[in-house]
Design a protein around this ligand. Structure first.
Ligand code: KIV
Ligand code: ZN
Length: 511
């Protein structure tokens, strides 16, 4: 690897998953890992194995499936954590144990309640333990940017002496500004005698909107690994967005003479896959992957673009995978479009499985105007069947300043049922009516989101609904020119998925 090659360490499945409301299930993590692996990520941090049985299993399954990338598991400076990571990572072709401990006075005193000498000892011990399981060990100084220089240097030197091959200096709380983040790397690289024995890494949080700027500054000062996430998801205000770091380097090689192994044409599909999994749409003006990132509204800009695209576009849409006009799957879509979509979403099916999935897709498309990624995930569910215990039949909504109510007809297990309910607004009335027909008191609604797919008052409304019940989550999406109909369908879709998950859990637990 040339010295100017930057290692992309993606932590969407670990730090990204720590975003409030972003938790992912095993199948979702596997889908995302597949996309990350195909796009050329060097290291996929798959989770924090000691955190829960679910996290352990996710890291373990990702380790089994990933073909090219190194798979990393996070652990505190504790033997039990390190052993759990080592166990979860066993099936990986290439594995990395990532161990961390806080080094700032604030964290040592209040969080760890450990004196600096004990922290230094824990650095040596944790890295030595991790090295018993793999030669690829990363050590992170949590809250490095608020750590005293002398102590940071002592910790880094100790970690490298104990066998750490990557040293990560995170801006854990998004406190640094670019110049000082760069200075910290320059200082450590200059003062630590064995610094040349390890690769240094940036890991920046976005609390002041500086995560990408700080990451690039750290790289310019000598770091050769960037820790980042798709769409910039992550703890609090998020992590540095991978697509922004990678495209900044690609667009400004004069100022940022670095390369990565990322196939940038997969950026858009990676971003959309993640949004469809988490239900978190990216803001329209988000750099690189926002809906408006390559849209031109003003007359002057449109005129310039028509004369020469370079007038207002510093990178081409094709470079981030926007070259194809977007394919919307519906009943007229053929095998080719369907296969293409599956590949974009990270699925590779054998011939028989593909034919089977295509048939189910056609059946669904006959009943639904637009088939979303979420629908496809459901189509490809373990048993392959689209689970429709509850079907939408009709809806009438009464709305206005006098109050709101909804009359809904559903088919439950083949039997038509009707209900009328009032609500705090028409959507609430619809959902109350559904709950009346099929009560599910333990389910919460953490997400209801409406997005206009096109402009104008006849725009298709795309509605996303997320239901949560006892740790199970289910997402439903639907589109219709009538927002209320789309809302009802999306809710019913999510409810069907939740009921399916309930059944599966019951059958796993046994009679
Ligand atoms: O932000 C941070 O400090 C982290 C470490 C655990 C690497 O995520
Ligand atoms: Zn972090």
């Amino acid at each position: 690897m040339s010295t100017d090659r930057i290692i992309i360490f993606d932590t969407t499945l670990r730090d990204g998953e720590q975003s409030p409301g972003c938790s992912m299930h095993l199948e979702e993590k596997l889908r995302m890992a597949e996309v990350l692996d195909r796009m050329g990520v060097d290291v996929i941090e798959a989770g924090f194995p000691i955190a829960s049985q679910g996290d352990f299993e996710s890291v373990n399954e990702v380790a089994k499936r990933v073909r090219n990338a190194t798979v990393a598991g996070l652990c505190r400076a504790k033997t039990a954590d390190i052993e759990a990571s080592a166990e979860a990572l066993k099936p990986a072709k290439r594995k990395r144990i990532h161990t961390f401990i806080s080094t700032s006075p604030l964290h040592m005193q209040f969080k760890l309640q450990m004196p600096p000498e004990a922290v230094l000892e824990a650095v040596a011990q944790s890295v030595t333990t991790a090295r018993k399981f793999t030669d690829d060990v990363e050590w992170s100084a949590e809250d490095a940017t608020r750590t005293e220089d002398d102590f940071l240097c002592a910790c880094v030197e100790t970690a490298i002496k104990a066998g750490a091959t990557t040293i990560n200096l995170p801006d854990t709380v998004g406190y640094a500004v670019p110049e000082e983040y760069a200075e910290m790397f320059a200082m450590v690289l200059n003062r630590v005698p064995n610094a040349d024995k390890a690769i240094f890494s940036v890991h920046c949080h976005n609390d002041m909107g500086l995560a990408v700027a700080n990451s690039l500054a750290g790289i310019s000062a000598g770091a050769r690994q960037a820790e980042c996430t798709i769409n910039g998801i992550g703890e609090r205000a998020g992590n540095a967005a991978m697509e922004e770091i990678v495209m900044a380097m690609r667009t400004r090689p004069d100022m940022l003479p670095f390369e990565t192994g990322i196939d940038t044409s997969m950026i858009t599909s990676a971003s959309r896959t993640l949004s469809s999994i988490t239900g978190f749409a990216v803001q329209p003006n988000k750099a690189i992957v926002g809906a408006n990132a390559f849209a031109h509204e003003s007359g002057i800009h449109q005129d310039g673009m028509l004369k020469n695209e370079k007038t207002y576009e510093i990178m081409t849409p094709a470079s981030v995978g926007l070259h194809k006009s977007e394919i919307v799957l519906g009943k007229h879509s053929g095998r080719h479009a369907f296969k293409n979509k599956l590949e974009e979403m990270g699925y590779t099916l054998g011939d028989n499985a593909f034919q089977d999935a295509f048939k189910r897709f056609k059946d669904l498309a006959d009943r639904k105007k637009t088939v979303f990624d979420e629908d496809i995930v459901a189509l490809l569910g373990d048993d392959g069947a689209l689970y429709e215990k509850i079907k939408f039949v009709s809806l009438t909504v009464h709305a206005g300043s006098d109050g709101q109510s909804a009359d809904i007809t559903l088919e439950v297990d083949g039997e038509e049922k009707q209900a009328r309910a009032d609500g705090n607004g028409p959507v609430d009335a619809i959902f109350n009516a559904i709950r009346e027909i099929y009560p599910h008191p333990d389910a919460d609604l953490p997400l209801y989101q409406v997005h206009a797919v096109t402009g104008g008052t006849d725009a298709q409304a795309e509605v996303t609904v997320k239901l949560e019940e006892k740790g199970r989550t289910a997402m439903g999406q639907s589109a219709d020119v009538d927002t209320m109909v789309a809302s009802a369908r999306a809710y019913i879709y999510a409810l069907n998925k939740l009921l399916r998950k309930r059944e599966k859990t019951a059958s796993e637990v046994g009679p």
